[in-house]
Design a binder for this molecule. Structure first.
Ligand code: BGC
Ligand code: CA
Length: 352
């Protein structure tokens, strides 16, 4: 009797063990390595698109899912601890706070020299990056982080539309909405776009310049005040990302601007950066003038290829036709300017 019971218990244990073995395994029965991945906040659409691209590219390569840091570095640290405790073979993360990079690198070292790839929020402490051989970055082109292209698009529009100088004073009256000051790309974008416009020979008159924290709701709130203060005196709205451009658009549309695109009675050109899918329809309709594609899909696939090379003990760029920028230890994915004319370039990036 007892032996029979024991046999049943053993049979159940064996059966459930074989079930759990089936989790995260390849077709051949081999277990996939774990890629511990996370973004700083799921409220950031651009980061969420990189997360989706990582998951897609990980199919059959890594067992992964994307943790949401929820804007809280302490929370993200716990998530990284959990990934490592679960036996992650590589970490890929957009940090909540880039000054936490040293601490996160230490966690990876302590867990047995687990490789780490930072993305989106670029770590600029080159000494720190150099201190760990298994640490790399994937971001978009540095320098102005796409804002030089954005400035060129603004300048081209201005030259092609003399009526855009509404008060005919020869200067461009602008609103400049900047990103989160804690993000590496924020100041370079703000300075970069202004430099590109002035070097095209256009004089700027900055009506307002403030941070919208990369965020749609915050940008809308700011723009609500500015549109009632300046109304049609605004000649261009320049936003450091699409989320803020969409918030600005919602605000000015509520005030009667841009509703019928360029045919609107009252129109203010708006430009962003990222070329997110939700922005493309607004460019198509003419409600928004343009954006600069930041290729989340290529960033995601690049992260996964580098991670799988590192896990296999190969050279980080093995089999890839990209270069590593020394110092930043970064693979840079280039930006592309997007207007109504070449919108399909951005649609293709998102597989539309
Ligand atoms: C993107 C923004 C994003 C920010 C936050 C930037 O590179 O352009 O859309 O909000 O990163 O990490
Ligand atoms: Ca003017």
């Amino acid at each position: 009797m007892h032996i029979k019971k024991l046999f049943i218990v053993l049979a159940i244990v064996c059966f459930s063990a074989s079930l759990s073995f089936a989790n995260g395994t390849q077709e051949g029965g081999e277990e996939l390595p774990i890629l511990g991945a996370g973004i700083y906040s799921a409220t950031d659409n651009f980061n969420s698109f990189i997360g989706k691209a990582i998951v897609k590219a990980s199919n059959g390569v890594f067992d992964t899912n994307i943790d949401d840091g929820q804007f809280d570095q302490a929370n993200q640290n716990n998530q990284i601890d959990t990934m490592l405790a679960k036996g992650a073979s590589c970490i890929a993360i957009s940090l909540v706070d880039i000054t936490a990079a040293g601490n996160v690198i230490q966690k990876c070292k302590d867990a047995g020299d687990i490789p780490i790839i930072f993305f989106n929020k670029e770590v600029t402490d080159q000494e720190l990056l150099a201190s760990y051989g298994k640490c790399y970055q994937v971001t978009s082109t540095g320098g102005t982080y796409g804002a030089d292209i954005q400035g060129q698009l603004v300048a081209e529009y201005w030259m092609a539309h003399p009526e855009a100088d509404k008060n005919s004073d020869g200067k461009m009256q602008i609103i400049n909405l900047m990103g989160d000051p804690g993000h590496t790309a924020s100041m370079p974008r703000s300075n970069g776009v202004k430099d590109a416009i002035t070097s095209a020979g256009i004089e700027l008159d900055i009506l307002e310049e403030d941070t919208g924290m990369w965020d749609t709701a915050k940008a809308k709130e700011k723009m609500d005040a500015w549109i009632s203060k300046f109304g049609n005196e605004i000649e261009f709205i320049i936003c450091a990302n699409d989320a803020m451009a969409l918030g600005s658009l919602a605000s000015i549309e509520a005030a009667g601007f841009n509703i019928s695109g360029t045919d609107s009675e009252k129109y203010i050109p708006v430009i962003g950066i990222d070329a997110l899918p939700e922005m493309l329809s607004k460019i198509e309709s003419g409600e928004v003038m343009g954006s600069v594609l930041q290729d989340a899909t290529t960033q995601g696939t690049t992260i996964v290829k580098m991670a799988s090379n590192l896990v296999a003990g190969k050279d980080v760029l093995d089999g890839m036709s990209v270069e590593l920028e020394a110092g930043a230890k970064a693979v840079r994915v280039p930006y592309t300017g997007i207007t109504k004319e070449n919108i399909s370039t951005a649609e293709e990036c998102y597989g539309n």
